[in-house]
Write a protein that binds this ligand. Structure first.
Ligand SMILES: Nc1c(NC[C@H](O)[C@H](O)[C@H](O)CO)[nH]c(=O)[nH]c1=O
Ligand SMILES: CC(=O)[C@@H](O)COP(=O)(O)O
Length: 191
């Protein structure tokens, strides 16, 4: 389904987990800032609407979308966050630079999702025209920032639940008699 057949701001509140205790990082590119500010507004307001306290939302700015990867990496390395949203707007110009920026940021964010434990949400418009970006940052097609905020809440919840289930599994094993040795602990077998 293409964006033109879906309003990016619409979501079913009944499918959104409780987000009150989650902490979110938002990294915003300054290129095309009228668009990225619109995307940020959509994401920020949606997090507030889902009862995330403003004090649990950390915002950093970076120069352009290519720097979103480094900004997200340092955000999740240094801040206590349950998910990171990266916000950018890349618009086709006269050269192939568009292709390289889009590929770089896409692959970089994918790599962070593979290599780290904190979900990084891809709120980067890759449009042919400014009008397409306007339409997707609060215009006729809604706001991709809203979509990204809901995705961030859902992924933070999956991260939390998967960690809990892992802990429960461990507890189950320990309570069932399995032992968990600290690395280097000598195993003493009693007669
Ligand atoms: N043309 C756009 C850029 N270009 C800048 C790069 O993202 C990067 O900041 C620069 O190459 C220095 O590393 N960035 C956007 O976010 N949007 C564009 O349309
Ligand atoms: C995505 C870009 O870097 C692009 O907008 C820059 O424009 P140009 O390709 O005309 O240099």
């Amino acid at each position: 389904m293409a964006t033109e057949n879906k309003n990016l701001s619409e979501y079913d509140k009944n499918t959104v987990p409780n987000a009150k205790k989650f902490r979110f990082g938002i990294v915003v590119a300054e290129w095309n800032e009228t668009i990225t500010e619109g995307l940020f507004d959509g994401a920020f307001k949606t997090l507030l609407e889902n009862e995330v306290p403003a004090g649990q939302i950390i915002r950093w700015n970076v120069p352009g979308s290519f720097e979103l990867v480094y900004g997200a990496k340092k955000m999740l390395q240094t801040q206590n966050v349950d998910a990171v949203i990266v916000i950018g707007c890349v618009i086709q110009g006269q050269t192939k630079h568009f292709d390289f920026v889009c590929e770089g940021v896409t692959q970089g964010i994918k790599d962070l999702n593979v290599q780290t434990d904190v979900p990084v949400i891809f709120c980067v418009l890759t449009d042919n025209t400014m009008q397409q970006s306007i339409d997707r940052s609060g215009g006729i097609h809604g706001n991709k920032g809203t979509e990204a905020a809901i995705a961030a809440i859902k992924m933070a919840y999956i991260r939390q639940q998967s960690s809990l289930s892992h802990q429960i599994d461990n507890q189950h094993l320990l309570s069932a008699g399995a032992i968990q040795l600290e690395e280097g602990t000598p195993l003493e077998l009693k007669e």
